[in-house]
Ligand binder design. Sequence first.
Ligand SMILES: NC(=O)c1ccc[n+]([C@@H]2O[C@H](COP(=O)([O-])OP(=O)(O)OC[C@H]3O[C@@H](n4cnc5c(N)ncnc54)[C@H](O)[C@@H]3O)[C@@H](O)[C@H]2O)c1
Ligand SMILES: CC(C)[C@H](C(=O)O)[C@@H](O)C(=O)O
Ligand SMILES: [Mg+2]
Length: 368
Amino acid sequence: MNKQIILLPGDGVGKEIMESAKLVLNTVASEFGHSFTFHQHAIGGDAIDQSGTPLPEDTIKACKHGDAILLGAVGGEKWDSLPGHMRPEKGLLGIRKELGLFANLRPVKGFTPLLHASPLKEDVIKDSDILIIRELTGGLYFGKPSERRENGNAVVDTLYYHRSEMERIIDKAFQSARLRNKQLTSVDKANVLESSRMWREVVNEKSKDYPDVTVEHLLVDAAAMKLITQPNRFDVIVTENLFGDILSDEASVLTGSLGMLPSASVRSDGVGLYEPVHGSAPDIAGKGIANPLGMILSAALMLRHSFGLEEEASEIEEAVYNSLEQGYHTPDLHIKGGKQVGTKEMTKIVVESLTTKSVSNSICSMYV
Ligand SMILES: NC(=O)c1ccc[n+]([C@@H]2O[C@H](COP(=O)([O-])OP(=O)(O)OC[C@H]3O[C@@H](n4cnc5c(N)ncnc54)[C@H](O)[C@@H]3O)[C@@H](O)[C@H]2O)c1
Ligand SMILES: CC(C)[C@H](C(=O)O)[C@@H](O)C(=O)O
Ligand SMILES: [Mg+2]
């Protein structure tokens, strides 16, 4: 298979972990006889420094023509004082919107060896296998107006959703639930927000088309609590943009670290942008200790969702979990008796595991 992959390393640890993804993808290419060509472009702070804008035209053009996109992370203190529309984060929001990537899939699989200090019982964590589906191109992130008023003393952000935007993401969530354990939790704030009341209506209407899927509604505050106290009760969670952003970082504790979570931002035709859930991690950037696994697992999601390479994707996931089971980990994780390594070494271990195919594991879930 011949594929053109657009790489947007971005800022901070984004650059470091993108190297890891490239190495793993090159290994897969040579093991399975594929040809992956990489085209690197600027986004975020990196792009601001190079051309004065967080999302240059040539980056948008390349993303539209590539077969899939891998993104590291954007942002950092250096650009924090820029006005809102100039910030690195606008580059990320812009490319999601530009490509119509309305569905953000964030799989979370509990992994007990990493959580020896957790108050939860081991089997609760081990049984936790959640797919968070976050609406990605609407809500407060994109609502107009968003501005300062009254001489800068008042502020407005707008939460706008069209019913059709709710319908497509909720449909996607029902379809995903059907492929998994047929349980859908819709998270909203229907006791307060009009948008959430419409969201609930749409979920209830759509549920008639999916009678085999069990639906529950949770208010977001209670959902946040249950995600931590009873994570194994969830299968697929669907929610709007901002709630999904927050809940997915929270859920990452089930895996031991935010550095572990991958994500796929997709639309209906398979076009996708794949990125770890975490940010540019300025506190550890440049130290060579960033966890590359969320990025590597995002590359696996790309192979599965955009290229249909299920076997290759599963092998990467297995190599990642085999490496952890052997005790190798970056400093953000805590494995009793494990061996702490840096980004490059961790990547090398995953690559070795891929090439030796020392596979045997039951902890790796199908990320749908
Ligand atoms: N998708 C993205 O590009 C994205 C996502 C979130 C935040 N951001 C941006 O990143 C910048 C920093 O934000 P933040 O500090 O709130 O969030 P962050 O996700 O960058 O970091 C939060 C914490 O998690 C740790 N962490 C994150 N990724 C890690 C990894 N791979 N390995 C080990 N530890 C890791 C960090 O060291 C930090 O302690 C901000 O400018 C923010 O806007 C970007
Ligand atoms: C950087 C920021 C705009 C982004 C978001 O909120 O979507 C990030 O937190 C994420 O989760 O991808
Ligand atoms: Mg986030």
